[in-house]
Structure formats: C-alpha cells, structure tokens
Design a protein around this ligand. Sequence first.
Ligand SMILES: Cc1cc2nc3c(=O)[nH]c(=O)nc-3n(C[C@H](O)[C@H](O)[C@H](O)COP(=O)(O)OP(=O)(O)OC[C@H]3O[C@@H](n4cnc5c(N)ncnc54)[C@H](O)[C@@H]3O)c2cc1C
Length: 486
Amino acid sequence: MKEYDVTIIGLGPTGGTLANLIALQGFSVLILEREKNFYPLPRAVHFDDEIMRVFQTIGITKDFLKHTIINKGTKFVNSKGKIVLDWPRPRTVTENGWYPSYRFNQPDLEKQLRKKLNKYNNVQIKQNSEVNKIKNFKDYVKINFKNVINNNLEEIKSKYVVGCDGANSITRSQMNTKMDNLGFTQKWAVVDLILKKEKKNLPDRTIQFSNSKQPATYCRNVGKRRRWEFAIRNNQSEKKILSNSYIWNFLKPWLNNNEAFIERKTIYTFKSAISRKWKKGRFFIAGDAAHLMPPFMGQGMCAGIRDVSNLAWKIAKCLRSKHSEKLLKTYQSERFSNVKEYVETTMRMGEFVNAVGSDQITDNISSANDGTKSMQSIKPKLGQGLGNKTDKSRGKIFPQFKTRNGYCLDEKFSKKPILLLSPKIKIKISKKLNSTNSKNYMGLSNYFEISNSKAIIVRPDRFILNSCSFSENLNNFIKKNLFILT
Ligand SMILES: Cc1cc2nc3c(=O)[nH]c(=O)nc-3n(C[C@H](O)[C@H](O)[C@H](O)COP(=O)(O)OP(=O)(O)OC[C@H]3O[C@@H](n4cnc5c(N)ncnc54)[C@H](O)[C@@H]3O)c2cc1C
C-alpha cells in the first residue's frame, strides 16, 4: 500500500494552499480531488493582506498579482440612496507588507496554486478521486477512494490527512461531529457579468444596498468583471429568478443586455456554522469543511487559508520531530475563536444589509462631523493555544520587516519558527536554533522598543509565539520554547 506524509482531500483554495505549504517543507503530499474541472459557479472575489502574505510564502504573488486589483472599500447605502456606513480600504501597505484588500476571480487563484504544485516532485494530484472512508490507526490513517470515471477502488496510508473538502465534507462526517448553526440562513442569487465595454458610471467600490425590501450587493471586480447579488424569498421560484429576463429587469437601474453578458449565475443559501470538532486522531478538517459564513465581508476563503497556514507548520513539525497531540490540538483552539469572530461580524453585516440590524457591525465605528459613520476591518488574535497567555504580544500577527535592499525577513522563517533578539542584547545563539541579526531589518529595533521585549519567537504562520520581557531570564525563555524552536 502506498504511503504519504500528508494526504489532502479536496483541491479548492484551502487544499491548494495547504498542499503548497506542506510541499515547501519538503514532505510528500497526495491530493485527492473528486472533480476534473474547476468549480464553475461564482464564488470568492475578495481577500486581504494577511492572505496575500500566505501567497507570498508559497511563492505565487508575482504571477497572481496580475490577476488582482486593489480594493477601494465598501459603502452601505440605504433605500433612499444615502450612504449610511463607509468601510474604506486605504491604498497604503499594511504591517503585512501588502495592501489591505484585493479583488480577484477564484478560478485565477486556483490555477496559480495548481501551477505552483506542478513544480514539486513530492506532490501527486489525483483528480476524479472521491474519498469515501477515512480510518485512524496509531501512527497513520487509511483512506479509501474511488475513481469516479471507472469506479476502481484504492486504499492508501498517510501519516496525516486534512479534509479540505468543502461544505459537505466527508472528512467531517467521518469525525462524527456536528456543525453548530450560528443563526444566519438566507437565499441569495449571485450573478457574474462581463462588461462588453467600459461603463464609467458604475461604482468602483463594493456597494451594499441596505434595504429591507431588496437587500443586494454590487461588486467591482477585476477588469471588466462585475457582480450583483440579491436576496430572494423562500417562496420565489428559483427558475424564474435565474431567467435572463428576471436578471436584466433587476439590473435595469445599472446596465442593459447590450452592455454586458452574463458569465454565470446561481442561487446559494448563505449559512453561518462552525463544526464542533476539527481533529480526530491524525485527521483534520479545514476551510468550508470546518466553518461557513455568508460572503458579505469576503472572508470565507480567507478563513480557510488562515486555518491551513496555522496547521501546515504544526504537521511539518510533527513529521520532522515526533507526533505531538498537544501541539496538534492547538490548531482548533487557536483558530476557532478567530474564525467565530469573522462569522459573527459577517452575520451582523448581513443583518445590516437586510436593514434589520444596527450599524454597530464592529467595535471600531467612528462618526465624522457630517454624521457619516465609518468602520474598520477586524483583525482578531489567535485563540488560546501555544505560548504564554499573559504575554500581550502572543497570538498577534508579526509585521513583515525588510532590509534596505528589499530582502524580506519572512523568507527566514517559512519552515521553522525564528528567534529574534533585540539589537540591545548581545549573546551567542546556538547554531541549532533558527535566528537572525535583527539590526539589519528596518523598523525592527523600534518594534522591540514598542513591544518592550528583548526577544520574540515568531512562528512560520507569521504569528508571535511568545515574547521575552526585559525582566525575564533569556536562557529560561529559550529553554521553555525549545521544542517549538528546534
Ligand atoms: C457567492 C460567494 C461569494 C464568496 N465570496 C468570497 C470572498 O469574496 N472572499 C472569501 O474569502 N470567500 C468568499 N466566499 C467563500 C469561498 O468561496 C469559500 O469559502 C471557499 O471556496 C472554500 O474553499 P475550500 O477549499 O475550503 O472548499 P471548496 O472550494 O468547496 O473545495 C472543496 C473541494 O473538495 C472536493 N471534494 C469534496 N468532497 C470530496 C471527496 N469526498 N473526495 C474528494 N474531493 C472532494 C470538491 O470537489 C472541491 O474541489 C464566497 C462564497 C460564495 C458562495
């Protein structure tokens, strides 16, 4: 029976990102994907700076950037056409080293992820392969799958398995766990259009039409792509809603069928739910398999990419050193509260778009003199897990620092955590530890000052594991974190 280090079920954006992160670490990866082709219906069009940093880690940004535009933000407009809330996305680079928000077309990303995977000798992709059974053993997992073309059955072994198999995850059902419904369920039609020529009077921001009669969203996407989404009632005929005549009639205030063509259209039931369990023995779930949220904030796929960024280096650590239940259990505990905050914020946004909720979508809403309210994006910390709970820096994202000639510190800790010392501290660090000279990186000395620390350990997912204050003994600090550092 063939054996792999990591088997990934599902090659959507979550599985594609995870496969790249594991392959980068040098371990063997098998990807089992049921479909031959890309998912044909409209899906993600937005991601943020944190996610672009993950794409930077796996090395796809150079090509992928050509398929993105910087997003200018979202305006919420009431039924009288008045702007009632603004969510601007400044055109300045954030601490993650990228713009706060981008727009893209999901298949373009999936193509880039696969293109990169094809460059690795340690990655095997088996399409038309539907997984139907996953069973834990002490040191490995057995997986059974079927070729959906010829019905041939196969069985393989893998040290770890991650189900990135979407909303109806077989991996989740094999865990015998439940999805907890957080309360938002609503049917929406989603229509992707391609403009035949430029149409200057269409907004270049996302507009959320906060309107109890017809909640709707307009998205300014890459190039000539535009999207409209609108809520529908349960008793409306889906066939009628998706008819061209209904869609063009809905679009009348903005454009007509001489100005654009419909690329794809569908009806989704937007849901908000989180799985109770994300791990069983040596198998895990990530992405839509573990959580679902409505798309109002454009964060569903982003959450899946955060999951695998958290999990990949922990699995790699277990493969490199030894299996650690304690380490792997932190995957769910760190990710759960983070994703829950996104789901709940998105639900409040959905209620506001339905004009049944207040504009208090986040804690971060300010009012200008003219009464216009403005909100800022949320950036939740990691939940409890690795590191010292009392350390204020622990669980926060670590900024991306560069040298004067543009060399990124990130490149030094994509595989193993890094120990960084304040330039004020002069001690010799064992060669076994991944460490670097902090003084070469612009702004890093200042970061040590502001965070009042003399040493910081940063994880490969770019989050801070722990920081060492001036009152702590540095050798003890290193000793306490030795398992993770080596
Ligand atoms: C209208 C809409 C707009 C959205 N907009 C955004 C946005 O702007 N930003 C954002 O971040 N998110 C957005 N999302 C959410 C985003 O599209 C999803 O979160 C994302 O696609 C989930 O990725 P995934 O890889 O976890 O799952 P999927 O993309 O669903 O991939 C799962 C894969 O697993 C395969 N599979 C399933 N079962 C098996 C099996 N038994 N064996 C083998 N393979 C299997 C499937 O074929 C599929 O390829 C949007 C969603 C919708 C519907």
